[in-house]
Design a protein around this ligand. Structure first.
Ligand code: MEV
Length: 334
């Protein structure tokens, strides 16, 4: 039996625009998905998920995964979760040159599904790491990141960047621009997350931005402007530059700007906007949605307890918590 965990993430800046080659800065956070893998003697794959914002489900299948048993949870959520697990299994089989091998897989996650915190990347990364080790073919964190990216791209019809999967595999703060992925240093960033209890469909949201971009030049310019925000913001993260309160103020202002542009691209929602405004009114340096949007989470920058308290009293906010940077990416537990 092998057990691996991988962290979720928040985006300081750059989601959506990163799909079109602009830079982005996601940061891994200490909320993890843990995947346990045991090799089977047959070619069946049995998946048990105890908490993916679902009530939990167990499915077993062999061969084609289109032929899934009925389970008593909303089909789109099961489909989403299963899609990533299937793709991770395929990548692990391919990496270990073990086609058709079967597994018992258990997924436990502290990261709500489809909420912008990188649950699918974390499950995919931890799954590939645990499954390749179960097959006696362990991969480096970078190779796991690459396999996980291929898995995500498959599920999202080719519309994925390397950001979520690289961040989850290597941990810490990272900078992604196209295929160029690297770990970066950041000052201590006091992240507060607000979660509306909902989820967005990443594939649909990415397709919506793509359609807007191809219809309107100004939507295309909006994507480039998000890249300009990242290029401006990353200068403030330079470890050579002294970090002071003004740095956080400036980073917050850029986060606010980034949220405005994501809103213009149609990926925010009433509840995300209302959490963003609650954070700003509580004195956060800045706040924005994180991840694909449509529902899910916002991230704010506030070293004081004010934003956390305000979010907990904001109608539409289900849960609020302080998110620590996860310095480890994929972790091998057994
Ligand atoms: C989703 O967490 C982030 C997006 O930029 C999609 C991607 O980068 O693959 C919306």
């Amino acid at each position: 039996m092998t057990v691996s965990s991988a962290p979720g993430k928040v985006y300081l800046f750059g989601e959506h625009a990163v799909v079109y080659g602009e830079p982005a800065v996601p940061c891994a956070i200490e909320r993890r998905a843990t995947v346990t893998v045991e090799r089977r003697d047959d070619d069946h794959v049995r998946v048990r998920a105890s908490d993916l914002s679902l009530n939990g489900f167990t499915v077993e299948y062999a061969g084609s995964t289109d032929d899934r048993p009925d389970v008593d949870v909303p089909a789109p959520l099961v489909e989403a979760a299963m899609g990533y697990i299937d793709a991770a299994v395929e990548q692990a089989r391919d990496a270990a040159d073990a086609p058709g091998v079967g597994f018992d897989i258990t997924v436990e996650s502290e990261i709500p599904l489809g909420a912008g915190l990188g649950s699918s990347a974390a499950v995919t990364v931890a799954g590939i790491d645990a499954a390749t080790r179960a097959l006696g073919a362990p991969l480096s964190a970078e190779a796991v990141a690459d396999r996980a990216y291929r898995a995500e791209s498959m599920v999202q019809d080719g519309q994925a960047s390397r950001a979520d999967t690289f961040c989850s595999a290597v941990g810490g703060a990272v900078r992604i621009e196209g295929d160029d992925c690297r770990a970066i240093e950041t000052p201590n960033l006091p992240f507060v997350v607000g979660f509306d209890g909902g989820a967005g469909d990443t594939g649909e949201l990415v397709a919506g931005v793509r359609a807007l971009k191809s219809e309107y030049g100004f939507a295309d310019d909006t994507v480039t402007a998000i890249g300009d925000i990242v290029r401006t913001g990353e200068r403030l993260l330079d470890p050579e530059v002294d970090t002071d309160a003004d740095t956080l103020v400036e980073l917050g202002r850029l986060m606010d700007f980034n949220h405005g542009l994501l809103e213009a691209l149609g990926v925010s929602s009433r509840s995300l906007d209302s959490m963003v405004w609650a954070a700003r009114e509580a004195g956060a340096h800045g706040a924005k949605l994180t991840g694909a949007g449509g529902g899910g989470c916002i991230v704010a920058l506030d070293p004081t307890p004010e934003t956390l308290t305000a979010l907990r009293f904001t109608p539409g906010c289900d849960e609020a918590f302080r998110a620590e940077l996860a310095t480890d990416g994929v972790r091998r537990l057994e």
